[in-house]
Design a protein around this ligand. Structure first.
Ligand SMILES: C=C(O[C@@H]1C=C(C(=O)O)C=C[C@H]1O)C(=O)O
Ligand SMILES: [Mg+2]
Length: 461
């Protein structure tokens, strides 16, 4: 890197002033707790951190600071806008073999056409960052990269400053004891617009029976108020402990933290192959192994849940048939069992056509009928009218891509927006012709459980 930075000053290389350059430099570090590293950035980078761990724990990413931010408030162009911005950055990358791929991490809002005033006002329709400091734990290797996006000629000085700062962050993360932190203290719980939610489910069921739509996902929110401001690291530590088998994510912006533990993969691209999972249809877990098996068996055979599921399989299959060859779709769903809930799941994979990037696939997939409905536009309009809230980044894609084109996005459910001493939790369910408001209401409580537990709230049922 020293060499490269110096070389860029060499006029023979014909790098003109004000040309965009994207430097990266990776060092390997010994054992370091990703949350301790996240916490090391607390005083100087409070609003500029992210956290990610995939479901099988083969990849952990922590980002601190912003090398650059890609953002969009567009309704129709947000996916291409981010994709184009990222391609431009990738073309400017200066990297050696030993360096990790720098990542772009962020998310999209569920519905940019929803203009309701809400707790989400500081989140644009797309928000992505390249972190200044990137912790990556992958294939047994733990490393920290510095990323620098610059147009100035004198990147050397800035890079030296970043190296000092990196060493300071590593030092704090390695020396500080990092124990289990105590859970926050909830002082009151508010079910936001419960009556509106019950009414919406009944109304949507009617609409479906009238043939206006086939499936629509309706969600609601629960607000928690705490004794004190809840630090981001507490929320992340407990959600990671409470629901192990999921994607864990956290994204900070302007004093808020959007975080969660979702079981649902939207899309993964690895070495040119694409993977998605249809997750829809739910049942609680049994109190004994026998009851649990029984509930699972019922779920696999239940007409209403199978219908909820099939709409998702049909739609994701169609997207894969469009963009991939060699598509594999199992004929029947399996059970996905996580701590509080079991779902029907159908994994789908295929060989991605050349030239299709992850943002193109996200654009085609979002929202799947697991979170939107069928038909897509009609169900979005119904959701906009029936839900008296803005979903913000809940139920929307969140994840990363790297400079090689690999990446993974989850669907940000089982999630909450933490805002100082308040948290907004979100959960919903797929409404089809024979849905019943009381049962759907119960199902949302099961879906609230992991976040409730992580935040020290009382569990219902
Ligand atoms: C809407 C949510 O989850 C979705 C709805 C499901 C259902 O209704 O059975 C199951 C999994 C997800 O596709 C949520 O968790 O908030
Ligand atoms: Mg359901």
């Amino acid at each position: 890197m020293n060499r490269k930075l110096t070389a860029t000053r060499n006029p023979q290389l014909k790098i003109s002033q004000n040309e965009l350059r994207f430097f990266t430099e990776t060092i390997d570090v010994g054992r370091i707790s990703p949350l301790a590293f996240f916490e090391a950035g607390d005083s100087s980078y409070k609003d500029e951190r992210f956290y990610w761990q995939n479901a099988d724990k083969t990849l952990t990413l922590v980002g601190i600071g912003h090398a650059t931010v890609l953002t969009s408030n567009s309704v129709n162009n947000r996916f291409t806008h981010i994709s184009t911005g990222w391609k431009k950055l990738c073309a400017a990358l200066i990297k050696e073999e030993k360096d990790m791929e720098p990542v772009l991490f962020g998310g999209f809002s569920f519905d940019p056409k929803n203009k309701k005033e809400s707790e989400w006002n500081s989140f644009p329709s797309a928000h992505f960052v390249v972190p200044s400091f990137q912790l990556t734990i992958k294939n047994g290797r733990t490393s920290i990269s510095i990323n620098l996006v610059t147009e100035t000629d004198d990147a050397m000085k800035e890079f030296d400053r970043l190296r000092d700062e990196r060493d300071r962050l590593i030092h704090i993360a390695q020396v500080e004891e990092f124990d289990v932190l105590s859970k926050p203290e909830v002082i009151w719980v508010e079910e936001v617009e419960k009556a509106q939610y019950m009414h919406a489910v009944a109304d949507v069921t009617k609409k479906i029976n009238n043939g206006e739509a086939e499936k629509v996902v309706i969600a609601r929110s629960v607000k928690l108020n705490f004794e004190q401001k809840v630090p981001a690291v507490i929320a992340l530590q407990h959600i990671s402990n409470e629901q192990q088998e999921s994607y864990h994510f956290g994204l900070q912006k302007e004093g808020q933290l959007f975080f969660g533990a979702t079981p649902e993969r939207l899309i993964e691209i690895a070495n040119g192959r694409a993977y998605s999972s249809c997750v829809a249809g739910s049942s609680k877990r049994g109190k004994s192994a026998a009851e649990d098996r029984e509930l699972g068996k019922e779920l696999l055979e239940d007409h209403k849940n199978k219908e909820e599921h099939q709409y998702v399989v049909d739609m994701i299959s169609q997207v894969f048939q469009t963009f991939c060859s060699d598509v594999e779709i199992p004929k029947v769903p399996k059970l996905m069992k996580i701590r509080d809930i079991q779902h029907l799941i159908t994994p789908i994979e295929g060989q991605l056509e050349r030239g299709i990037d992850i943002f193109r696939l996200i654009e085609a997939l979002h929202p799947t009928p697991a979170l939107g409905g069928v038909p897509r536009e009609v169900s979005m309009e119904i959701i906009r009218n029936e839900e008296n809230m803005d979903r913000g980044y809940y139920a929307a894609p969140i994840g990363w891509t790297d400079t090689s084109g690999d990446g993974e996005f989850a669907v940000a459910i089982r999630s909450a927006l933490l805002d100082g001493a308040t948290a907004y939790l979100y959960a919903g369910g797929g409404i089809v012709a024979d849905s019943e408001p009381d049962k759907e209401y119960e199902e949302t409580w099961v879906k609230f459980r992991p976040i409730m537990r992580a935040l020290g709230g009382k569990l219902n049922g």
